[in-house]
Ligand binder design. Structure first.
Ligand SMILES: NC(=O)c1ccc[n+]([C@@H]2O[C@H](COP(=O)([O-])OP(=O)(O)OC[C@H]3O[C@@H](n4cnc5c(N)ncnc54)[C@H](OP(=O)(O)O)[C@@H]3O)[C@@H](O)[C@H]2O)c1
Length: 318
């Protein structure tokens, strides 16, 4: 077993895949889990874990003790509230960095978003920008990967698009916005992270990454509708009306498939070089048309209701 890697956010959509990939490659990993009434659904069996909240100084100290590298993925983006976002993504990151520096952690890999900016008007991009700044200022050798939207089994992106299609007959409503994104398959992202750790490359840099295609949201919806063989007429609606409708859904449903942050994702272009993965990591990225088979497994009204009730963890049962 090599040097220890601490993974935060390992129970999330990306964290589960990254943890599995690193464990499969023989890395020695430790997971930071947050305290919860629910039993944590570990991404890999029989793995070392520390349960601590970011406010628990002693717990975080124990989590980083003896750790060589950190992959920091914990985020409250899925919680839908600005307050949580700043408490976890900003203050949580600061608390982790303080203990990591004191414990002599050698390097940290932080996953951020394309468009992250401390002065952004959009809360999730602003939170990411502030967290990035804290990482850079920490004095710990860092690598920041700024990614476009990531998709794959268990995501809350393509699954949400597919659910919405199954919910409404005939028409599919999208906001009238033509910003582009570059969907990145989660397995490709994990491969890039593994490359950076293994080669110890790009530390000290901020890299922009995305999948091989620049697509509008409308094009992504068309690809998903095609993958689930659910033809719908796409209807473009006035963005303020779309934002209002998402707000209402979020207010009414225990877990809305779409967070209010969705409109923010669509408001800011999330693109970079189309060949970023092959150029930087020698990874040939999947086209979004290739890996969407997982969407066909999540069929049926029962699963839709489970999703609305329990949230994205339903997806991760697969
Ligand atoms: N998904 C994308 O398209 C995308 C694109 C670019 C960058 N990113 C960034 O990548 C990271 C991971 O994204 P994701 O999609 O995997 O997110 P996710 O599925 O929502 O997972 C979030 C993770 O953070 C943990 N977490 C939430 N609140 C926490 C708290 N208070 N204390 C400790 N842990 C907490 C969650 O733990 P529980 O399981 O206990 O809730 C979960 O493990 C995030 O920083 C996100 O901003 C994501």
């Amino acid at each position: 077993m090599g040097p220890k890697i601490l993974i935060t956010g390992s129970t999330g959509f990306i964290g589960r895949v990254v943890s599995r990939v690193l464990a499969d490659r023989g890395y020695s990993i430790r997971l930071l889990l947050r305290p919860s009434d629910r039993r944590s659904r570990l991404p890999v069996p029989r793995v070392e874990a520390v349960v601590a909240s970011f406010q628990d100084e002693g717990g975080i100290r124990a989590a980083v003790a003896g750790v060589d590298s950190i992959i920091h993925l914990a985020s409250a983006e899925g919680e839908h509230r600005r307050r949580d976002l700043f408490a976890v993504d900003v203050e949580g990151t600061r608390s982790l960095l303080t203990q990591a520096r004191a414990s002599g952690v050698r390097r940290i890999l932080y996953l951020s978003h394309l468009g992250a900016d401390r002065s952004s008007a959009f809360p999730f991009l602003q939170a990411k920008g502030i967290a990035e700044h804290a990482v850079i200022e920490s004095g710990i050798p860092y690598l920041i990967l700024r990614s476009s939207l990531v998709y794959g089994a268990g995501d809350s992106f393509t699954n949400a698009v597919a659910f919405f299609a199954r919910l409404l007959p005939a028409a599919y409503f999208i906001p009238e916005m033509d910003t582009h994104m570059q969907p990145l398959w989660v397995e490709d992202l994990a491969a890039c992270m593994e490359y950076c750790l293994a080669e110890n490359r790009y530390f000290g840099e901020i890299l922009s990454i995305g999948g091989p295609e620049h697509l509008s949201f409308e094009q992504v919806v068309e690809v998903v509708l095609d993958a689930i063989r659910t033809p719908r007429m796409i209807v473009r609606v006035w963005p303020p009306l779309a934002r209002f409708s998402l707000g209402v859904m979020d207010w009414i449903l225990p877990h809305s498939p779409f967070t209010p942050f969705w409109m923010d994702y669509l408001a800011v272009p999330s693109t970079c070089e189309a060949n970023s993965l092959s150029r930087l990591f020698g990874v040939k990225p999947a086209s979004i048309r290739e890996p969407l088979g997982y969407l066909r497994r999540n069929r049926g009204i029962r699963r839709l209701l489970q999703y609305v009730w329990r949230g994205n963890e339903v997806m991760q049962d697969f």
